[in-house]
Design a protein around this ligand. Sequence first.
Ligand SMILES: Nc1ncnc2c1ncn2[C@@H]1O[C@H](COP(=O)(O)OP(=O)(O)OP(=O)(O)O)[C@@H](O)[C@H]1O
Length: 358
Amino acid sequence: MARIGLDLAHAYQPHPQQDGDYALLPLAMEFEDGGAYALLGPSGCGKTTLLNIMSGLLLPSQGRVLFDGRDVTHASPQERNIAQVFQFPVVYENMTVAENLAFPLRNRRLPGAQIRQRVGAIAEMLELSGQLDQRAAGLGADVRQKISLGRGLVRPDVAAVLFDEPLTLIDPQLKWQLRRKLKQIHQELRLTLIYVTHDQVEALTFADQVLVMRHGRALQLGSAAALFERPRHAFVGHFIGSPGMNFLPVQADGAGLDIAGCRLPAPAGRALPAGPLQLGVRPEYLTLAAAGQPGALACTVLQWQDIGTHLLLSATLGGHRLRARLDPQTQPPAVGATVWLQLLGAHTCFFQNEELLA
Ligand SMILES: Nc1ncnc2c1ncn2[C@@H]1O[C@H](COP(=O)(O)OP(=O)(O)OP(=O)(O)O)[C@@H](O)[C@H]1O
């Protein structure tokens, strides 16, 4: 297993001039030995590019990749000792499930007893023990992807296992089980795992640390709690959560905040610079308040939905839409009614040019 250090950028075109020419803008970060990480972001944000640079399939156009402090920028995936699991399972049709799982170990000439022990353990973790003697040909997509995952995880000596959207083709129920399994396997084996996905639920259930990316930029590496509570960039607030963070443009001055023609007092304990800012508040922290309560403003109800676990209220404040996740016992307000929503509180965030203010 390895600690992976990155200090690099990548452009597929030869002479990048501006940010948009880079698939990966300059980034510097470290993935700890034995950690479970996810690379999360919308399509085209650079996740696969970053994964391929770590694996050695792609040479970064600038900078270096370090494994345990050793420069491996020019080393092949074999030399880096990386295992990879792709979206489409790679399975040897004529081999049995056991032979497929044993393949990476045979290649590295491990003793037979050790191979049997390791294949048995991985098969058990992935609930493949009953199918070890079956030929891979004719097995369903889910079993084939489990074999592929197993082949990635079977080697005890890998520097890291890299997964590129491995559960895309799996049906939702099994996807959920496999995510849990991967998490459990990580806790047992403590391999360094790096997992690419555009699905926040997948990323947050699997990984200890999630790297959120957009337009080739690594915006924030953090735990689920950090990304939820203190998004360092407005996009992280928007992308993480269901629904994502509410944003309102505000104008700050020494005495308070102007929001859509309404006035709020200066938030306690925050030294905000004068000028245009964005106020961000998660639907979970946007609560109903009494009329005129400090830090609350009058909003107009657009609609509400009973989701079962909560009441999702949509309201508008000066043309800006706000969503609040309310207790399911809340008496739903009438559409068009005025409700007071508490905008200022300990969880309210302020952003300047999309960056979280300290
Ligand atoms: N071989 C290539 N040549 C030129 N441009 C590429 C190449 N591969 C990717 N790109 C571009 O680099 C950017 C990042 O692509 P990348 O595949 O890394 O994103 P991604 O986040 O993995 O997206 P997805 O989730 O759709 O796979 C995109 O703009 C893409 O079009």
